[in-house]
Ligand binder design. Sequence first.
Ligand code: F0G
Length: 350
Amino acid sequence: MWKGIIREYPDFFKFSNDNNVVTILEGNTPLIPAPRLAEKINPQISIFLKYEGLNPTGSFKDRGMTMAVSRAIEAGSKAIICASTGNTSASAAAYAARAGIRAFVVIPEGKIALGKLAQAMIHGAKVIKVLGNFDDALKVVKQISEEYPITLVNSLNPHRIEGQKSGAFEICDALGEPPEYHSLPVGNAGNITAYWAGYKAYLDSGKIKNLPKMIGFQAEGASPIVQGRVFEKPETIATAIRIGNPASWKKAEQARDESKGLIDAVSDDEILKAYKMVSCLEGVFCEPASAASIAGVIKKSAQGFFNGGERVVCTLTGHGLKDPDNAIKISSEPVTCEPEMRKVLNVLGF
Ligand code: F0G
Protein backbone atom coordinates (compact mmCIF):
# COMPACT_ATOMS: atom_id res chain seq x y z
CA MET A 1 0.00 0.00 0.00
CA TRP A 2 1.23 3.50 -0.86
CA LYS A 3 2.25 5.25 2.38
CA GLY A 4 2.33 8.93 1.36
CA ILE A 5 5.38 10.82 0.11
CA ILE A 6 7.21 11.16 3.44
CA ARG A 7 7.29 7.43 4.14
CA GLU A 8 7.81 6.48 0.49
CA TYR A 9 10.91 8.68 0.15
CA PRO A 10 12.57 8.36 3.59
CA ASP A 11 16.02 9.23 2.19
CA PHE A 12 14.71 12.69 1.33
CA PHE A 13 12.15 13.30 4.11
CA LYS A 14 13.60 12.42 7.50
CA PHE A 15 11.52 12.28 10.69
CA SER A 16 13.06 11.16 13.98
CA ASN A 17 9.58 10.37 15.32
CA ASP A 18 7.24 8.79 12.82
CA ASN A 19 4.24 9.71 15.00
CA ASN A 20 4.64 13.31 13.86
CA VAL A 21 3.96 12.44 10.24
CA VAL A 22 0.61 13.85 9.08
CA THR A 23 -0.44 12.21 5.84
CA ILE A 24 -3.58 11.57 3.83
CA LEU A 25 -1.52 9.29 1.54
CA GLU A 26 -0.80 12.05 -0.98
CA GLY A 27 1.37 11.51 -4.05
CA ASN A 28 1.57 8.47 -6.35
CA THR A 29 -0.41 10.38 -8.97
CA PRO A 30 -0.47 8.94 -12.49
CA LEU A 31 1.78 10.09 -15.33
CA ILE A 32 -0.69 9.77 -18.17
CA PRO A 33 0.52 9.53 -21.78
CA ALA A 34 -1.48 11.97 -23.93
CA PRO A 35 -1.11 10.76 -27.53
CA ARG A 36 -4.28 12.37 -28.89
CA LEU A 37 -3.27 15.72 -27.43
CA ALA A 38 0.24 15.40 -28.89
CA GLU A 39 -1.19 14.42 -32.29
CA LYS A 40 -3.19 17.64 -32.30
CA ILE A 41 -0.51 19.93 -30.86
CA ASN A 42 2.70 18.54 -32.27
CA PRO A 43 3.02 14.92 -33.49
CA GLN A 44 6.81 15.17 -33.19
CA ILE A 45 6.78 15.22 -29.36
CA SER A 46 5.41 12.93 -26.63
CA ILE A 47 3.24 14.54 -23.99
CA PHE A 48 2.69 13.14 -20.49
CA LEU A 49 0.25 14.57 -17.95
CA LYS A 50 1.24 14.46 -14.29
CA TYR A 51 -2.30 14.48 -12.97
CA GLU A 52 -2.02 16.16 -9.58
CA GLY A 53 -5.78 16.53 -9.37
CA LEU A 54 -5.76 12.98 -7.99
CA ASN A 55 -4.14 14.00 -4.71
CA PRO A 56 -6.35 13.79 -1.58
CA THR A 57 -7.57 17.38 -1.79
CA GLY A 58 -7.34 17.53 -5.57
CA SER A 59 -4.12 19.48 -6.05
CA PHE A 60 -0.32 19.27 -5.85
CA LYS A 61 -0.42 21.32 -2.64
CA ASP A 62 -0.88 18.14 -0.61
CA ARG A 63 2.73 17.13 -1.30
CA GLY A 64 4.00 20.27 0.39
CA MET A 65 1.30 20.34 3.04
CA THR A 66 2.08 16.86 4.42
CA MET A 67 5.63 18.09 5.06
CA ALA A 68 4.72 21.55 6.36
CA VAL A 69 2.06 20.26 8.76
CA SER A 70 4.20 17.31 9.94
CA ARG A 71 7.06 19.71 10.72
CA ALA A 72 4.60 22.04 12.47
CA ILE A 73 3.41 19.14 14.65
CA GLU A 74 7.03 18.15 15.31
CA ALA A 75 7.65 21.70 16.53
CA GLY A 76 4.57 21.63 18.78
CA SER A 77 2.50 24.10 16.76
CA LYS A 78 -1.23 24.22 17.43
CA ALA A 79 -2.34 26.34 14.46
CA ILE A 80 -1.44 27.07 10.86
CA ILE A 81 -2.22 30.00 8.59
CA CYS A 82 -1.99 30.69 4.87
CA ALA A 83 -3.02 33.09 2.14
CA SER A 84 -4.42 31.34 -0.87
CA THR A 85 -5.98 31.50 -4.30
CA GLY A 86 -7.84 28.39 -3.12
CA ASN A 87 -5.84 25.19 -3.35
CA THR A 88 -3.38 25.90 -0.55
CA SER A 89 -6.30 26.75 1.73
CA ALA A 90 -8.14 23.52 0.84
CA SER A 91 -5.02 21.49 1.54
CA ALA A 92 -4.10 23.37 4.73
CA ALA A 93 -7.64 22.91 6.05
CA ALA A 94 -7.61 19.16 5.35
CA TYR A 95 -4.16 18.49 6.86
CA ALA A 96 -4.95 20.61 9.92
CA ALA A 97 -8.13 18.55 10.39
CA ARG A 98 -6.10 15.36 10.07
CA ALA A 99 -3.58 16.65 12.62
CA GLY A 100 -6.22 17.98 15.02
CA ILE A 101 -4.96 21.56 14.94
CA ARG A 102 -6.56 24.82 13.79
CA ALA A 103 -6.31 26.32 10.31
CA PHE A 104 -6.80 29.98 9.42
CA VAL A 105 -7.04 30.75 5.72
CA VAL A 106 -7.11 34.14 4.06
CA ILE A 107 -8.46 34.32 0.53
CA PRO A 108 -9.17 37.10 -1.99
CA GLU A 109 -12.89 37.90 -1.83
CA GLY A 110 -14.83 36.75 -4.91
CA LYS A 111 -11.81 35.33 -6.70
CA ILE A 112 -11.62 31.73 -5.66
CA ALA A 113 -13.20 28.73 -7.37
CA LEU A 114 -16.30 27.38 -5.65
CA GLY A 115 -14.98 23.87 -4.95
CA LYS A 116 -11.90 25.20 -3.18
CA LEU A 117 -13.95 27.42 -0.89
CA ALA A 118 -16.22 24.45 -0.11
CA GLN A 119 -13.18 22.37 0.84
CA ALA A 120 -11.73 24.92 3.25
CA MET A 121 -15.14 25.33 4.88
CA ILE A 122 -16.06 21.66 5.24
CA HIS A 123 -12.69 20.80 6.80
CA GLY A 124 -13.44 23.32 9.52
CA ALA A 125 -10.91 26.05 8.75
CA LYS A 126 -11.60 29.62 9.80
CA VAL A 127 -11.97 31.31 6.43
CA ILE A 128 -11.35 35.04 6.07
CA LYS A 129 -12.10 36.81 2.79
CA VAL A 130 -10.01 39.93 2.32
CA LEU A 131 -10.97 42.85 0.14
CA GLY A 132 -7.78 42.56 -1.85
CA ASN A 133 -5.85 40.07 -3.96
CA PHE A 134 -3.59 37.12 -3.08
CA ASP A 135 -0.53 39.34 -2.71
CA ASP A 136 -2.35 41.50 -0.14
CA ALA A 137 -3.47 38.37 1.72
CA LEU A 138 0.06 36.96 1.78
CA LYS A 139 1.43 40.16 3.32
CA VAL A 140 -1.09 39.95 6.16
CA VAL A 141 -0.52 36.27 6.99
CA LYS A 142 3.26 36.76 6.94
CA GLN A 143 2.89 39.55 9.48
CA ILE A 144 0.61 37.47 11.69
CA SER A 145 2.91 34.43 11.63
CA GLU A 146 5.87 36.64 12.60
CA GLU A 147 4.08 38.06 15.63
CA TYR A 148 1.89 35.14 16.81
CA PRO A 149 2.58 31.43 17.44
CA ILE A 150 0.87 30.36 14.23
CA THR A 151 2.82 28.45 11.58
CA LEU A 152 2.81 29.91 8.07
CA VAL A 153 2.18 27.17 5.50
CA ASN A 154 2.53 29.15 2.30
CA SER A 155 5.46 28.11 0.13
CA LEU A 156 7.63 30.66 1.96
CA ASN A 157 7.72 27.80 4.46
CA PRO A 158 10.67 25.75 3.12
CA HIS A 159 9.04 22.45 4.10
CA ARG A 160 6.37 23.06 1.48
CA ILE A 161 9.00 23.18 -1.26
CA GLU A 162 10.71 20.11 0.23
CA GLY A 163 7.54 18.03 -0.03
CA GLN A 164 6.69 19.24 -3.51
CA LYS A 165 10.02 17.87 -4.76
CA SER A 166 8.34 14.46 -4.64
CA GLY A 167 6.49 15.24 -7.88
CA ALA A 168 9.83 15.21 -9.71
CA PHE A 169 10.89 11.98 -7.97
CA GLU A 170 7.73 10.21 -9.10
CA ILE A 171 8.14 11.35 -12.71
CA CYS A 172 11.72 10.05 -12.82
CA ASP A 173 10.61 6.78 -11.19
CA ALA A 174 7.83 6.37 -13.79
CA LEU A 175 9.93 7.21 -16.87
CA GLY A 176 13.19 5.71 -15.56
CA GLU A 177 14.81 9.10 -16.25
CA PRO A 178 13.71 12.74 -16.42
CA PRO A 179 11.82 14.03 -19.47
CA GLU A 180 13.52 16.48 -21.82
CA TYR A 181 11.05 19.24 -20.88
CA HIS A 182 8.87 19.86 -17.87
CA SER A 183 6.05 22.37 -18.34
CA LEU A 184 4.02 23.89 -15.53
CA PRO A 185 1.88 26.87 -14.61
CA VAL A 186 3.58 29.55 -12.53
CA GLY A 187 1.76 31.54 -9.88
CA ASN A 188 3.55 32.15 -6.60
CA ALA A 189 6.41 30.21 -8.26
CA GLY A 190 6.87 27.61 -5.52
CA ASN A 191 6.13 24.60 -7.68
CA ILE A 192 8.62 25.31 -10.47
CA THR A 193 11.19 25.93 -7.72
CA ALA A 194 10.28 22.63 -6.03
CA TYR A 195 10.34 20.50 -9.18
CA TRP A 196 13.73 21.87 -10.16
CA ALA A 197 15.09 21.22 -6.65
CA GLY A 198 13.59 17.70 -6.83
CA TYR A 199 15.28 16.88 -10.12
CA LYS A 200 18.59 18.23 -8.79
CA ALA A 201 18.24 16.19 -5.58
CA TYR A 202 17.64 13.04 -7.65
CA LEU A 203 20.70 13.85 -9.77
CA ASP A 204 22.85 14.38 -6.66
CA SER A 205 21.72 11.06 -5.22
CA GLY A 206 22.70 9.28 -8.44
CA LYS A 207 19.15 8.23 -9.33
CA ILE A 208 19.20 10.12 -12.65
CA LYS A 209 22.01 11.23 -14.95
CA ASN A 210 20.65 14.38 -16.53
CA LEU A 211 18.16 17.16 -15.92
CA PRO A 212 15.12 18.45 -17.80
CA LYS A 213 14.58 21.97 -19.06
CA MET A 214 11.92 23.73 -16.98
CA ILE A 215 9.34 25.67 -18.98
CA GLY A 216 6.91 27.74 -16.92
CA PHE A 217 3.83 29.67 -18.02
CA GLN A 218 2.09 32.61 -16.39
CA ALA A 219 -1.25 34.05 -17.44
CA GLU A 220 -0.73 37.21 -19.52
CA GLY A 221 -2.71 39.35 -17.08
CA ALA A 222 -0.60 38.09 -14.19
CA SER A 223 2.85 37.71 -15.70
CA PRO A 224 5.27 39.59 -13.43
CA ILE A 225 8.22 37.26 -14.08
CA VAL A 226 7.80 37.46 -17.86
CA GLN A 227 7.45 41.25 -17.84
CA GLY A 228 9.95 41.87 -15.07
CA ARG A 229 7.59 44.04 -13.02
CA VAL A 230 5.12 43.61 -10.17
CA PHE A 231 1.47 43.48 -11.31
CA GLU A 232 -0.52 45.60 -8.84
CA LYS A 233 -3.82 44.37 -10.28
CA PRO A 234 -3.29 40.88 -11.69
CA GLU A 235 -6.25 39.53 -13.68
CA THR A 236 -6.89 36.16 -15.28
CA ILE A 237 -9.64 33.61 -15.61
CA ALA A 238 -7.14 31.16 -14.08
CA THR A 239 -7.72 32.47 -10.54
CA ALA A 240 -5.27 29.96 -9.04
CA ILE A 241 -2.38 31.86 -10.66
CA ARG A 242 -3.80 35.38 -10.30
CA ILE A 243 -0.66 36.61 -8.55
CA GLY A 244 1.23 39.84 -9.19
CA ASN A 245 4.29 39.49 -6.96
CA PRO A 246 5.35 35.84 -6.58
CA ALA A 247 7.12 34.89 -3.35
CA SER A 248 9.58 32.58 -5.15
CA TRP A 249 10.20 34.96 -8.06
CA LYS A 250 14.01 34.79 -7.89
CA LYS A 251 14.10 31.03 -7.35
CA ALA A 252 11.86 30.50 -10.37
CA GLU A 253 14.24 32.58 -12.48
CA GLN A 254 17.07 30.46 -11.13
CA ALA A 255 15.25 27.24 -12.12
CA ARG A 256 14.64 28.70 -15.57
CA ASP A 257 18.24 29.80 -16.06
CA GLU A 258 20.02 26.79 -14.56
CA SER A 259 17.89 24.39 -16.60
CA LYS A 260 18.19 26.51 -19.76
CA GLY A 261 14.42 26.66 -19.90
CA LEU A 262 12.04 29.59 -20.13
CA ILE A 263 9.14 31.36 -18.48
CA ASP A 264 6.58 32.78 -20.89
CA ALA A 265 2.98 34.00 -20.80
CA VAL A 266 -0.21 32.59 -22.30
CA SER A 267 -3.50 34.43 -22.79
CA ASP A 268 -6.77 33.49 -21.09
CA ASP A 269 -8.09 32.38 -24.50
CA GLU A 270 -5.10 30.09 -24.97
CA ILE A 271 -5.60 28.70 -21.45
CA LEU A 272 -9.29 27.98 -22.03
CA LYS A 273 -8.57 26.35 -25.39
CA ALA A 274 -6.01 24.02 -23.79
CA TYR A 275 -8.39 23.35 -20.86
CA LYS A 276 -11.08 22.19 -23.25
CA MET A 277 -8.65 20.24 -25.46
CA VAL A 278 -7.24 18.09 -22.68
CA SER A 279 -10.74 17.35 -21.37
CA CYS A 280 -12.13 16.43 -24.78
CA LEU A 281 -9.11 14.62 -26.25
CA GLU A 282 -7.77 12.75 -23.23
CA GLY A 283 -10.64 12.58 -20.74
CA VAL A 284 -8.55 14.43 -18.19
CA PHE A 285 -10.28 17.26 -16.34
CA CYS A 286 -8.03 19.88 -14.80
CA GLU A 287 -8.67 23.39 -13.61
CA PRO A 288 -7.95 26.37 -15.91
CA ALA A 289 -4.64 27.33 -14.26
CA SER A 290 -3.34 23.79 -14.79
CA ALA A 291 -4.04 24.06 -18.51
CA ALA A 292 -1.53 26.93 -18.77
CA SER A 293 1.13 24.19 -18.93
CA ILE A 294 -0.51 22.76 -22.05
CA ALA A 295 -1.27 26.18 -23.52
CA GLY A 296 2.43 26.91 -23.21
CA VAL A 297 3.39 23.76 -25.09
CA ILE A 298 0.90 24.67 -27.83
CA LYS A 299 2.38 28.18 -28.09
CA LYS A 300 5.96 26.96 -28.15
CA SER A 301 5.19 24.22 -30.68
CA ALA A 302 3.68 26.79 -33.03
CA GLN A 303 6.90 28.79 -32.72
CA GLY A 304 8.99 25.74 -33.71
CA PHE A 305 10.58 25.51 -30.28
CA PHE A 306 10.78 21.70 -30.11
CA ASN A 307 13.12 19.72 -32.39
CA GLY A 308 11.11 16.50 -32.34
CA GLY A 309 11.52 13.35 -30.27
CA GLU A 310 11.31 15.11 -26.92
CA ARG A 311 9.19 13.98 -23.99
CA VAL A 312 7.29 16.85 -22.41
CA VAL A 313 5.66 16.41 -19.01
CA CYS A 314 2.87 18.86 -18.21
CA THR A 315 1.91 19.10 -14.54
CA LEU A 316 -1.85 19.37 -14.26
CA THR A 317 -1.78 21.01 -10.87
CA GLY A 318 -5.44 20.82 -9.81
CA HIS A 319 -8.66 18.89 -10.48
CA GLY A 320 -11.24 20.37 -12.82
CA LEU A 321 -14.08 19.71 -10.36
CA LYS A 322 -12.75 22.49 -8.17
CA ASP A 323 -13.97 25.05 -10.67
CA PRO A 324 -17.32 23.87 -12.08
CA ASP A 325 -18.34 27.42 -13.03
CA ASN A 326 -15.67 27.78 -15.71
CA ALA A 327 -16.33 24.29 -17.10
CA ILE A 328 -20.02 25.05 -17.51
CA LYS A 329 -19.38 28.52 -18.90
CA ILE A 330 -17.32 27.29 -21.85
CA SER A 331 -19.33 24.16 -22.65
CA SER A 332 -22.55 23.89 -24.64
CA GLU A 333 -25.77 23.97 -22.59
CA PRO A 334 -27.62 20.68 -22.13
CA VAL A 335 -30.93 20.60 -24.01
CA THR A 336 -34.10 20.08 -21.98
CA CYS A 337 -36.86 17.88 -23.43
CA GLU A 338 -39.69 15.47 -22.55
CA PRO A 339 -38.65 11.92 -21.51
CA GLU A 340 -39.82 10.41 -24.82
CA MET A 341 -37.62 8.43 -27.21
CA ARG A 342 -38.64 10.35 -30.30
CA LYS A 343 -37.97 13.70 -28.65
CA VAL A 344 -34.61 12.63 -27.26
CA LEU A 345 -33.59 11.19 -30.65
CA ASN A 346 -34.67 14.40 -32.29
CA VAL A 347 -32.36 16.37 -30.00
CA LEU A 348 -29.56 13.88 -30.80
CA GLY A 349 -30.07 14.60 -34.51
CA PHE A 350 -31.38 11.17 -35.57
N1 F0G B 1 -1.92 25.63 -10.41
C1 F0G B 1 -2.81 25.63 -9.41
C2 F0G B 1 -4.04 24.84 -9.58
C3 F0G B 1 -2.54 26.37 -8.23
O1 F0G B 1 -3.44 26.35 -7.25
C4 F0G B 1 -1.36 27.12 -8.13
C5 F0G B 1 -1.08 27.92 -6.96
C6 F0G B 1 -0.47 27.07 -9.21
C7 F0G B 1 -0.78 26.32 -10.32
C8 F0G B 1 0.82 27.80 -9.20
O2 F0G B 1 1.74 27.19 -8.37
O3 F0G B 1 2.13 29.11 -6.87
O4 F0G B 1 3.64 27.13 -6.88
O5 F0G B 1 3.62 28.71 -8.79
N2 F0G B 1 -1.89 28.12 -6.02
C9 F0G B 1 -1.60 28.80 -4.77
C10 F0G B 1 -2.76 28.67 -3.80
C11 F0G B 1 -1.09 30.18 -4.93
O6 F0G B 1 -2.93 29.54 -2.94
O7 F0G B 1 -3.46 27.66 -3.87
P1 F0G B 1 2.87 28.09 -7.68
